[in-house]
Design a binder for this molecule. Structure first.
Ligand code: MN
Ligand code: MN
Length: 468
């Protein structure tokens, strides 16, 4: 009996797929994960929008020896360059020993997150209170955005072409903003609405003031007082909102979560939680065999369209420039290139188990998730990575002893989603999704495990350092 059991265990060991906990794979790495996440949490606090991420990353890149890319120059192995796409997307590259002659190694993440944008004519007064009208950006559950502190970030271009940067509501002594909701006592009718209609788009109005400009006569004096304050602080008039990009994001501080401090709570892990590891991995990749590229894109949350999104040509043009500098054709280089589409996946949430297929769901603390395909309704809108490329990535991750797991977004008929993978794949590049499992994805406050953030960094680094 005892012998038989032993045989079964040995056979199991040999044949069965193990879902290994970070604890099991990298027990001695917890401190490294903790140290890495300190840097990540600093980044989360400093850079809350695509523009702020762009500036933060370029500043760090310059400290690490990266120079502005010049397509007329020829570069040699070890040279580090960056391309700034309109202050909202950025490409970083380290030229490899083989250059791009065997293709490039690309990690692509996005630095935009779901949020509330101001409408072009946002400011109004109603019943002696002043408000901003908003138009939400990306897939949000609208009811989650009321009654929480919000901060205002962005840029305003004035009539003379000069620009003003705005960041208000992050520091402790700065005012914050809020969307009000009904009190339960009077919410009888509202409570009959479905959850998706609980708060409607036109109800996402930001409370921004209540004190009138002191005057014996005149109407809308609260609005007038706000305009006066804005004029004093930023030198703007109401018409300047037309040429502005102002975004409201949650003003919660970044925090450790749990008695064991194993988790991080923050706004916008999606997808800064992959953008940061992808950037740090490139900084620490040394001189790779193949030119290594980290691209941090904008507009993923609204479908990657627009000239700062990955459904535009800026990555393709950059690689074509690298190719031409080496006397190669861009399309040949693209066809030989490989890409990790580093984006988050849904972590299994035991409070809502019914949306997940438990055999294929990603678990927190089980490492970076490799996702063969995303999409919805039968893989629509997905880049389904081929078996050969899956095999190659699997060998890289196992070879570097990265803690990783395989995962799917949710049950087949439950919903779905997409990433930048298909837009990079459309260039002829081999692509697969890989990233951090998240709880409460797209909520104002999302949760990730520190061990998974660190595992994503290790995965990106191993990918860059493995030549082809
Ligand atoms: Mn994402
Ligand atoms: Mn997203």
């Amino acid at each position: 009996m005892c012998e038989e059991k032993k045989e079964a265990e040995l056979l199991k060991e040999k044949l069965c797929l193990k879902k290994e906990h970070f604890d099991f794979v990298c027990d001695d790495e917890y401190q490294n994960a903790e140290d890495f996440c300190k840097g990540y949490m600093h980044f989360l606090s400093e850079a809350k929008t695509e523009r702020e991420c762009n500036s933060f990353v370029i500043e760090e890149a310059e400290k690490n020896g990266f120079l502005l890319f010049d397509s007329r120059k020829t570069y040699k192995a070890g040279d580090k360059v960056y391309l700034n796409n309109r202050g909202k997307a950025v490409i970083l590259a380290v030229i490899g020993k083989k250059g791009v002659s065997r293709g490039a190694k690309i990690v692509a993440s996005h630095i935009d997150s779901p949020r509330l944008d101001l409408k072009p004519t946002p400011l109004y007064e109603d019943s002696e209170l002043a408000y901003f009208k908003t138009h939400y950006y990306g897939g949000i559950r609208k009811y989650q955005w009321t009654a929480i502190p919000l901060s205002l970030h962005g840029v305003i271009i004035k009539a003379d072409g000069s620009s003003v940067k705005v960041s208000l509501g992050e520091k402790e002594n700065e005012p914050k903003f809020v969307i009000t909701d009904l009190l339960p006592h009077l919410a009888k009718e509202q409570s009959k609405r479905t959850l998706s209609e609980g708060i409607k788009g036109e109800e996402l109005n930001i409370l921004i003031g209540s004190r009138p400009f002191k005057s014996d006569s005149g109407s809308e004096l609260v609005k007038l007082n706000i305009l006066k304050l804005l004029n004093e602080k930023y030198g703007i008039v109401e018409k300047d909102f037309i040429s502005a990009e102002l975004e409201l994001v949650p003003a919660f501080p970044v925090s450790d979560i749990g008695f064991d401090r194993s988790l991080i709570g923050a706004y916008g892990h999606d997808d800064r939680v992959c953008a940061y590891p992808a950037t740090m991995a490139l900084f620490e990749a040394g001189i790779p065999e193949n030119t290594a590229i980290t691209v941090l894109a904008d507009k993923e949350e609204i479908g990657s369209d627009g000239n700062t999104g990955l459904n535009s040509a800026f990555l393709k043009y950059f690689i074509e420039d690298l190719a031409e500098a080496e006397g190669l054709k861009g399309r040949h280089v693209l066809s030989m290139s490989q890409c990790l589409s580093a984006d988050v996946n849904a972590g299994f949430d035991p409070t809502f188990p019914s949306v997940h297929d438990k055999y294929n769901a990603a678990l927190l603390n089980h490492g970076v998730v490799l996702t063969k395909y995303t999409g919805s309704r039968g893989k629509a809108g997905s880049s389904d990575a081929c078996a050969e490329f899956m095999g190659e990535i699997r060998r890289i991750l196992d070879g570097a002893e990265v803690c990783w797991q395989i995962g799917e977004l949710g049950k087949v008929d439950e919903g779905g989603g997409g990433t930048v993978a298909m837009y990079v794949a459309n260039l002829g590049v081999d692509v697969v999704d890989l990233g951090v499992p998240v709880l409460s994805m797209h909520a104002p406050y999302e949760i990730v495990a520190k061990s998974d953030v660190y595992s994503t960094f290790r995965a990106c680094k191993a990918f860059f350092q493995t030549g082809k």
